[in-house]
Write a protein that binds this ligand. Sequence first.
Ligand SMILES: CC(C)(COP(=O)(O)OP(=O)(O)OC[C@H]1O[C@@H](n2cnc3c(N)ncnc32)[C@H](O)[C@@H]1OP(=O)(O)O)[C@@H](O)C(=O)NCCC(=O)NCCS
Length: 410
Amino acid sequence: MPDEITLRTPTQDEFPRFVAPLSVAFNEEISDAAVENDRHTIELDRFVGAFDGDQVVGCGGAYSFRLTVPGGEVGAAGVTAIGVLPSHRRRGILRQMMTWLFDQARERHEPIAILWASEAAIYQRFGYGPGTVSSAFEIARDKIQFRRPVEVPGRFRLVDVDEATERFPAVYEEVRRSTPGTVNRTDARWRWEVLHDAPWYREGAGPKLRALYEVDGEIRGYVIYRTKGDWDTSGPKGVVLVQELTASDPEAEQALWVWVSGIDLIASVRARRAPLPHPLQLLLTEPRRLGLTVTDGSWIRIIDLAGALEARSYASSGELVLEVADAFCPANDGRWRLSAASGRARVRPAPDAEPDLTLDTSDVAAVYLGAFRFADLRRAGRVRECRAGAIAEADALFRTEVAPLTSTMF
Ligand SMILES: CC(C)(COP(=O)(O)OP(=O)(O)OC[C@H]1O[C@@H](n2cnc3c(N)ncnc32)[C@H](O)[C@@H]1OP(=O)(O)O)[C@@H](O)C(=O)NCCC(=O)NCCS
């Protein structure tokens, strides 16, 4: 069984062969151009192929991210490109690759792994929990009515990839510093992923466009989008597909939404991976017209429990003993005393202490960035309160100011 399978990293030349299982696993053809493009961002020493003899039957990798957490940031393994051939499924190959990826994350002192899940069930078994939630909407353009006129003192400019690569990151960085769940972006990620107009992602829409918003010559925000033109006998009914809209202040964010909703020959505006709550919920006269939906966002896995808990900040002072169950990373399994003062915490093993709360690592992941509260876990039967009042105390400690969001797809 898994012992017939060997894992190793690819050389530069071997990379296309190593990712070949992904086309089959995802039921789609991944073009040579897409594989070549991945070379700009992939970290070969963090990529692994699973071999049955000399056939690559599975693959997976990780990016070296900085992940914003409440009050700071940590190194995080951004797990990506996971696939196993249908001929080799359910034999523990993913389990073997996940072990490899987590071992490497530990060596690199990354206490957290983060990913976008094709199916959450796969990763919950490995201790991932819902780290962020995302919203999505599609609203008919004629239903976008702002409660009050939004002032737009600046101007918009469509820019090429070079100018966007130079100017957009400053805005993103400002937002990243204060938003748990966001990850840093290298120049290569900006140029070859975020801004790159990959034809294989167009899905019938037009080219990727990049607009920046400036006030007095200073960039205050940007939007990356495509438009999908369409007509019927009643006239134009195109869609604006917003990939990302980021602003350094609320006024600029409002101006950007006004601009997006004013694009000509458009019948609706669609956005994905957006925050929750969404500012349009409070900006529009009829927010229900957004048809806002909520889905899971990124999933996080706490690999080093004490390291992760010590890396974030706390909103109050106090002490809690957590009894954490972790079958896949047994070093986390057991009782831990979290002592918080002046915004930071020390976390130490406390094998003999009476627990205040018992829960699973995936539950810690759900509250870690602020997506959920301990009270939410309790309603779902996912935490046990062993001392009365401990859930309220835990929520007071873990309370965060900014709703977490992962806006980078990887
Ligand atoms: C998901 C995938 C990589 C799993 O690979 P695998 O080698 O079959 O997984 P393993 O045999 O190591 O399974 C590990 C555990 O996850 C479970 N699991 C695997 N795939 C699952 C799925 N799709 N749904 C629910 N559970 C799943 C297994 O049952 C097993 O649990 P167990 O240890 O309790 O028995 C493979 O099915 C695949 O390539 N799927 C299509 C592509 C995809 O979705 N990739 C993920 C991208 S984010």
